[in-house]
Design a protein. Structure first.
Length: 66
């Protein structure tokens, strides 16, 4: 198990972008009528968060030294 328990810049950045994606997607679903464009932008942001985590991890921002 990792000593940092996910408290790394890579993890925090990915979580922040994913949270933004969930908020944007939720707003798209709450609009009347439902705005699917805004919803899918939110879904895309969640996918980008996953890619962001992988990229930042490969760059070394997932280690204990940061």
């Amino acid at each position: 198990m990792s000593d940092n328990h996910g408290n790394t810049p890579a993890a925090w950045s990915a979580v922040a972008v994913a949270l933004l994606g969930f908020v944007v997607g939720s707003v798209g679903l709450m609009l009347s009528p439902i705005n699917y464009v805004v919803f899918w932008i939110g879904v895309a942001l969640v996918v980008v968060a996953g890619v962001l985590f992988v990229v930042l991890s490969k760059l070394g921002y997932n280690g204990v030294g940061h």
